[in-house]
Design a protein around this ligand. Structure first.
Ligand SMILES: Cc1ncc(COP(=O)(O)O)c(C=O)c1O
Length: 471
């Protein structure tokens, strides 16, 4: 997409649509999709690179020259090592929220200095590892701060390189996550800034603001402040208010400390994704301009910035493609039974009102399918009635052997397998032009085998509950 949310020519997202259609067809022609592998995930490498570039340009345009800005991709959105490596190559770091995510970021080669650890439930071992590596940590609550205090006291063996700002002290940049309690968006489960959200220190609770300020005044090594005021469904204006409140708190801490103690504000991620059409909306540029308009002081060069976008970097660049195994009719409604359902688009299946997806119909050869629109259901393979990709959707009538593409599924979907019915994890392939007018694929994640399903389900311990292991 170029400029404000669209491709350079042919309307919003036209380049993306053409690349994706070409990839679906090539995936069928090259045998990535077929009777033996009836569902795959595809990732548009050009699209991912473009989004990374747009993110950097958007904040470059509103920050004072020389402002340190770390864009840390929220690994939870697409926890695939080659994706993290691609983003790292594009200058994007990693926000991690579990030992697994940290291991993925390290396997991708993301350096500790470009990694940020969040999560509301960090164990002592995780904190110790992060501090030993020099990874930035956002502390979630007073009990966690107490743990970090303990590590800070024994930080002699952990301090940064001689001569560095952190030599002789705690080796990681540390901040506290605050919840400015600015309110909810349209999806309750993703609203992190409600009055009772489980995340961060609830700033408007009695005594909480003063507690946070004191925590900083007592600990010169607390140099960052973090907020993530929402994800999909939260309006930009509400996110900007959350950032504004966090900035005001940073200013208050620095005023009372009499020095520029908080030097970096981590504004989290949360830019919503448009799942209704090809257009990228809102854009990073719109959000960055809104932030700069609402909180100008945050962008005047006195503060470094960290961002933690996830969904907005990847969602529109991923597609699940599945074969139509059977078609039938029930109660007068045509139903296409496909191989993509709850295992790959879990949120859409369980909360269809909150997570509707666009579905594109392709024929048996992978070409976009034409024909009059017919109201039909697109079902997944799992054995419960609600396993539907789309209900009552108008599409060219799907036939046996056709394909369906579930669009905008590059984040929080096919990389997050849900093992219902012991359905195997599908393979994931990145695609890009091959330089000769065709499409080249690279395997990102191999499809799981049935043997692996058995092994992971205790296959080597079949006797565990029946012979001798228990009284
Ligand atoms: C702390 C934190 N940062 C960043 C993100 C990424 O949010 P999004 O994918 O909506 O950009 C999340 C999502 O849950 C989060 O909890």
């Amino acid at each position: 997409m170029g400029g404000e949310g669209g491709d350079r020519a042919g309307g919003p997202g036209a380049g993306r649509t053409a690349r994706r259609d070409g990839a679906v067809r090539a995936a069928v022609e090259q045998g990535l999709l077929g009777p033996g592998s009836p569902v795959v995930g595809l990732l548009d490498v050009i699209g991912i690179r473009e989004s990374a570039a747009e993110l950097k340009a958007a904040f470059d345009a509103v920050t004072a020259p020389g402002t340190p800005v770390l864009h840390a991709f929220a690994v939870k959105a697409t926890p695939l090592v080659p994706v993290l490596r691609l983003l790292h190559e594009e200058g994007i770091g990693a926000e991690v929220a579990s030992p697994g995510e940290l291991a993925l970021a390290r396997a991708a080669g993301v350096p500790p200095a470009r990694t940020v650890l969040d999560s509301p439930a960090k164990t002592p071992a995780e904190l110790r590892e992060a501090l030993a590596l020099g990874i930035a940590v956002n502390v979630d609550n007073p009990q966690e701060l107490h743990r970090v205090d303990g590590l800070a006291r024994s930080a002699a063996g952990l301090s940064g390189p001689p001569g560095s700002a952190r030599a002789g002290g705690i080796p990681s940049p540390i901040g506290i996550r605050v919840n400015p309690q600015v309110g909810a968006g349209s999806i309750e489960a993703l609203s992190t800034a409600t009055a009772t959200s489980k995340f961060g220190v609830a700033l408007r609770d009695e005594g909480a603001r003063e507690w946070v300020v004191r925590a900083y005044l007592d600990r010169p090594w607390l140099t960052r402040l973090h907020t993530h005021t929402g994800s999909q469904g939260v309006p930009l204006s509400l996110m900007a208010r959350g950032v504004a409140e966090t900035y005001a708190l940073a200013e208050e801490i620095n005023r009372r400390a009499g020095r520029h103690q908080v030097d970096t504000v981590d504004i989290g991620g949360g830019l919503p994704v448009n799942f209704a059409s090809e257009a990228t909306a809102p854009t990073y540029a719109q959000y960055a301009r809104m932030l700069a308009g609402t909180v100008p002081g945050l962008f005047d060069g006195r503060y470094g910035l960290v961002t933690e976008f996830g969904r907005s970097l990847l969602a529109k660049h991923g597609t699940v493609v599945a074969r139509v195994e059977y078609t039938k009719s029930a109660g007068g409604r045509p139903v296409a039974v496909t191989h993509a359902g709850v295992q790959v688009v879990t949120r859409t299946v369980y909360a269809p009102q909150s997570w509707p997806l666009r579905i594109a119909a392709h024929d048996g050869g992978g070409r976009p399918k034409r024909g009059p629109a017919v109201v039909q259901d697109v079902a997944g393979p799992a054995c419960f009635a609600g396993d539907l990709l789309a209900r009552g959707r108008e599409l060219p009538l799907l036939e046996q052997g056709d394909h369906v593409a579930a669009l905008d599924t590059g984040a929080y979907c096919f990389a997050h397998h849900y093992a219902y019915n012991s359905l195997v994890r599908p393979g994931v392939h990145g695609f890009a032009p091959d330089g000769a007018g065709g499409v080249a694929f690279a395997e990102v994640r191999r499809a799981q085998t049935v043997e692996e399903v058995v092994a992971e389900a205790g296959g080597a311990r079949a006797d565990a509950l029946t012979r001798g292991h228990l009284p």
